[in-house]
Design a protein around this ligand. Structure first.
Ligand SMILES: Cc1cc2nc3c(=O)[nH]c(=O)nc-3n(C[C@H](O)[C@H](O)[C@H](O)COP(=O)(O)O)c2cc1C
Length: 190
């Protein structure tokens, strides 16, 4: 298990079949909060100015689109599976996410994603607030964990198996630490 080991900072300049990555990291200011709201399917219905600034898209390009418009190709699918399973179960989740700006830059965030409810308690969409992550936590714990998850996913024989293997890895890590996922995230330091 790599979690807990330090990793060296890597230059991340690569081209995938559809997405260009510049390797340039945009660092959030600690005073900033990135906000988006989605419908039940994950289509963006609101973004604050800070969201559009980091995503580098106009509101016209994002509103009504799936939130994966800013998905970074080096984010493990397991993390998004966990995110969706958690919010669809009516719970909140804290997760480190690396996002891709329109021009291929990237920016790390610590996201808090919650269901939004109407006055009857019915879930009507989802809401995410993100702030600047602790860069040392990202470098020391999160990037190595995500690299390991990506490797586990890549070794799997199918997309379904990739998610199962990734989830098993996260479950093993949480068992080892006797923690829930959010608890584990905060145990790393904020
Ligand atoms: C409220 C909310 C906020 C989200 N924020 C992000 C985000 O900042 N970056 C991201 O890549 N995915 C985000 N997602 C997850 C996406 O919906 C999607 O699952 C993810 O980008 C993976 O894309 P894929 O499902 O097409 O593989 C968010 C979902 C919700 C409901």
């Amino acid at each position: 298990m790599l979690l807990g080991n330090s990793s060296t900072q890597r230059e991340r300049q690569m081209k995938s079949s559809t997405l260009t990555l510049t390797g340039v990291e945009r660092k959030m200011d600690p005073s900033e909060i990135i906000v988006t709201k989605t419908d039940l399917d994950g289509k963006i219905c609101y973004g604050n100015r800070t969201f559009f600034k980091y995503a580098n898209y106009s509101p016209q390009e994002c509103i009504g689109k799936q939130h994966n418009i800013i998905r970074h190709p080096e984010m493990p699918r397991t993390v998004f599976k966990l995110l969706w399973d958690t919010i669809q179960a009516g719970q909140e989740i804290f997760a480190y996410v690396n996002n891709r700006s329109k021009n291929g830059d990237h920016y790390w965030v610590l996201a808090h994603v919650t269901p939004s409810r109407d006055s009857n308690g019915t879930v009507i969409g989802y809401h995410s607030n993100r702030r600047a992550p602790n860069a040392e936590v990202v470098q020391t714990y999160i990037q190595p964990l995500y690299d390991e998850l990506l490797a586990v996913e890549a070794r799997a024989s199918s997309p379904k198996a990739a998610l199962e293997d990734g989830q098993a890895m996260v479950a093993g890590l949480l068992d080892e630490k006797r923690m829930g996922f959010n608890e584990m995230i905060f145990s790393l330091g904020t």
